[in-house]
Design a protein around this ligand. Structure first.
Ligand SMILES: Nc1ncnc2c1ncn2[C@@H]1O[C@H](COP(=O)(O)OP(=O)(O)OP(=O)(O)O)[C@@H](O)[C@H]1O
Length: 245
């Protein structure tokens, strides 16, 4: 469904993406991992059209995504890092933000309440403002917004950042159940290996602007890749050849 081919992007002398190939099939949940500064966000921004690649192409259903941008964005939802809610809007309006352009207020509110319920937030939350919610609740509200328009593709950017392990596990489980239930294709960017195991069908490890290893999450623990194993174990090797960017 999404195919990234030979994607390269530099900023000045810094080559961030260097001929990266990656694909996402329909209904698949792909998790992208990699050290800080390995280009995960730049990859996401290129797919979203917020960055112009220097080389390479991004295809959606076999045709250049750039030629179908509006249709792609219509069927796309995103959970931003730290939820990124609008502080001045009540929760229901945050959730219904995109719907309000196309639907009447009453219907948009009804859909917002339904999506809030789906992520475990009751109607009493609808008229509160983001500052009145805990971090975990804000994340849930962000998730409700991501699924408000029944997207076919959902991106989750660091979905568990800032959450304690119990709340993070709840968000991971919620994301997985939503992905299963909607049949949406998903790309998650994370450093959290618990998220990888909970959310992903497949995992891709980025390193020096390319996919260094990819495979099913179930194969990850047995993979013969030193960097991947360090990543899973969460330790650094002395004289490791992967300094932080
Ligand atoms: N607009 C920009 N101008 C200059 N450099 C940039 C720009 N955007 C990203 N970079 C650089 O590209 C590199 C990759 O950044 P990116 O944000 O994609 O990393 P990341 O893998 O998402 O890291 P993290 O896990 O820390 O979020 C970094 O060194 C960053 O400084």
């Amino acid at each position: 469904m999404i195919e990234v081919r030979g994607l390269s992007k530099s900023f000045g002398a810094k080559q961030v993406l260097d001929g990266l190939d990656l694909s996402l099939t329909k209904g698949e949940s792909l998790v992208v991992i990699g050290g800080s500064g390995t280009g995960k966000s730049v990859l996401l921004r290129c797919i979203l059209g917020l960055e112009t690649p220097d080389r390479g192409e991004i295809l959606w259903n076999g045709r250049p995504l750039s030629e179908q941008r509006a249709a792609f964005m219509d069927g796309f939802g995103m959970l931003f890092q730290n939820a990124a809610l609008f502080d001045s809007l009540p929760i229901w309006r945050n959730v219904a933000f995109r719907l309000l352009r196309k639907t009447g207020k009453a219907q948009a509110r009804a859909i917002a309440l339904e999506k809030l319920a789906r992520v475990g937030l009751g109607p009493e939350v609808a008229d509160l403002f983001p500052a009145e919610l805990s971090g975990g609740m804000r994340k849930r509200a962000g998730l409700a917004r991501a699924i408000a328009a029944d997207p076919k593709v959902i991106f989750f950017d660091e979905p568990t950042t800032g959450l304690d392990p119990i709340r993070a596990a709840a968000i991971n489980a919620l994301i997985r159940s939503i992905v299963d239930e909607t049949g949406a294709s998903a790309i998650t960017i994370t450093h959290d290996m618990t998220s990888v195991r909970s959310i992903g069908d497949r995992v891709a490890l980025l390193d020096r602007g390319r996919v260094r290893w990819q495979g099913d999450v179930s194969q990850m623990d047995h993979a013969q890749d030193e960097y991947l194993q360090d990543f899973i174990a969460g330790h650094a090797r002395p004289n490791h050849s992967h300094p932080e960017a």
